[in-house]
Design a protein around this ligand. Structure first.
Ligand code: AN7
Length: 348
């Protein structure tokens, strides 16, 4: 049996050649789930692209597979990244699969427990930095130059190129481009890649139009939405706790060209959207992933998107990545003695 991941399914859209090793963990091909209850409430034909179904539980696998394949092709001695968590989990997994050593720099105390467990169990060298993501990235870039390691953050063009595949999958499945795409923004790589994916598909005659790209940040870490630097980012959505987005300029261009915009939502709105998705739609996504839905709940009625539009919300990471935040807001189980009477009473 031959595993079908991004490199196998979209090889003709990617910069690969006969010398590129076809690495795969079966990434991509994630479910496009109609959100009927939320869509009806918002007056939209609303879908979730559930990126939590990727092999390491986030969208990062789409770009990591290509970045690692190209690093192998170039004879890299190892990988390095800074990460708010998901990039490190993905890098560690693909490094393990490819037999490459991997070093990851994480902001101390601000990485969800599932992501940290992934980086460790895949055998990465994990370094906890007493600082934030932006500081960790500076260190990772310097280390890569000193040690000749391949950087697999979204400064790596292959990461972004692989991440274009989320756009290709939407068009292939819907039979057209959506009218708008909403997604959370941290380093602003994914929104840039998504837009470039639609542009590439249109050029290839496979897509008719480019959706409005709507990028959503957490209010405490919103340099692009507020148009000013954020030296001390803070949010419950630790995945997007980033104050200096490395792809900010490119993303601003992409958003403007697409007729979209950047928005900010509060932590309460993010957690509220997470609970709505879980309780009303059966879809469990990590907090950062829910920023897009939170923005629709706040702005859809204010003319953000015309009624009846087809909208895809990219749910970038699996809810199981951050069980602590989810459990803290979801109440505790009932606890009883092991007796039928106690059970009847507890449930009445
Ligand atoms: C779930 O893992 O930056 O705007 O180091 O994990 O492309 O950065 C993660 C980012 C959205 C933002 N949703 O994407 C990292 C990291 C989730 C994320 C984003 C991230 P970009």
């Amino acid at each position: 049996m031959k595993m079908k991941g991004i490199l196998q399914r979209y090889g003709n859209m990617l910069p690969i050649n006969p010398g590129t090793p076809l690495v795969s963990l079966g990434e991509g091909g994630t479910p496009l789930i109609p959100l009927e209850s939320l869509g009806e409430e918002l007056g939209l034909r609303l879908y979730a692209k559930y990126e939590g179904a990727n092999p390491t539980g986030s969208f990062k696998d789409r770009g990591m597979v290509l970045a690692v394949a190209k690093a192998l092709e170039a004879g890299a001695k190892g990988l390095v990244c800074a990460s708010t968590g998901n990039t490190s989990a993905s890098a560690a997994a693909y490094a393990a699969r490819s037999g490459l050593p991997c070093t990851v720099l994480l902001p101390k105390g601000k990485v969800a427990s599932g992501k940290l467990a992934q980086a460790l169990i895949h055998g990465a060298r994990v370094v906890s930095i007493r600082g934030n993501f932006d500081e960790a990235l500076g260190l990772a870039l310097a280390l890569s130059r000193e040690m000749g390691l391949a950087v697999v953050n979204s400064v790596n063009r292959y990461r972004l190129w692989g991440q274009r595949s989320v756009a290709w999958e939407m068009v292939d499945e819907l039979g057209r481009s959506p009218d708008a795409v909403v997604l959370p923004v941290g380093n602003a790589g994914n929104i840039t890649a998504g837009w470039a994916g639609f542009v590439q598909y249109r050029r290839a005659g496979k897509a008719d139009s480019i959706p409005a790209m709507i990028g959503v940040q957490a209010e405490g870490a919103a340099p692009l939405a507020f148009g000013k630097p954020c030296p001390a980012p803070e949010t419950v959505a630790t995945a997007i706790r980033i104050g200096r987005p490395v792809n900010g300029k490119k993303a601003s261009w992409a958003v403007r060209m697409s007729g979209g915009k950047f928005l900010a939502v509060s932590d309460e709105e993010i957690l509220g959207a997470q609970r709505r998705l879980a309780a009303d739609e059966g879809v469990f996504a990590e907090p950062a992933s829910c920023a897009g839905i939170a923005s629709l709940l706040r702005y859809a009625g204010q003319g953000l998107i015309p009624r009846g539009s087809m909208v895809v919300a990219v749910l970038t990471g699996n809810g199981l990545k951050d069980p602590d935040t989810a459990a803290a807001g979801a109440g505790a189980p009932l606890e009883i003695d092991a007796e039928a009477g106690a059970l009847r009473e507890a449930l009445s």
